[in-house]
Design a protein around this ligand. Structure first.
Ligand SMILES: [Fe+2]
Ligand SMILES: [Fe+2]
Length: 160
């Protein structure tokens, strides 16, 4: 029997996979609009989410709990203009942060030091994730969807 905390960690394991899936959809969306650099950024982002999933998966195995896969919902396919696309990504990261914090609260409640340790890494990681997207949105808001600016920035994000 999984504890409430372990169950929630397993849910987050699945949510990280779902996050990667969403970023692949964003990559497809921007690549279809000719932005290969933005697409490269989102594919990399997706890879990172799958690494996050692996981290939770390994944690579950390490504490002798078998991970359980859930159904992954079909991601959105349209994300508006480029600024809106990255804003949607930031909103998604904020949702992840909220969930990680709830997990951390639960780990404190259950006094699970092992979970607290792995979750601390995620708390810090989410600060980075939100900061990355905020920085991109700031640039995009200055570019204001002008093609000249977008193409230069597309080249920059392609270097990531
Ligand atoms: Fe993640
Ligand atoms: Fe993320």
């Amino acid at each position: 029997m999984m504890s409430k905390l372990i169950k929630a960690i397993n849910e987050q394991y699945n949510f990280e996979i779902e996050s990667g899936y969403i970023y692949i959809s964003m990559a497809h969306y921007v690549k279809d609009k000719g932005m290969d650099g933005f697409a490269h950024f989102f594919y990399k982002q997706a890879e990172e989410e799958f690494e996050h999933a692996e981290k939770f998966r390994e944690f579950l195995f390490d504490i002798d709990e078998k991970p359980v896969l859930a159904e992954i919902p079909k991601p959105q396919e349209e994300f508006g203009n480029f600024t809106e696309t990255f804003k949607t990504a930031l909103e998604h990261e904020k949702e992840v942060t909220k969930r990680i914090h709830e997990l951390y609260d639960l780990a404190i409640e259950e006094n699970d030091h092992r979970a607290k340790s792995v979750l601390q890494w995620f708390v810090d990681e989410q600060v980075e994730e939100e900061d990355t997207f905020r920085g991109i949105i700031e640039r995009l808001e200055r570019i204001n969807e002008s093609w000249a600016g977008l193409y230069i920035y597309d080249g920059e994000l392609g270097q990531r």
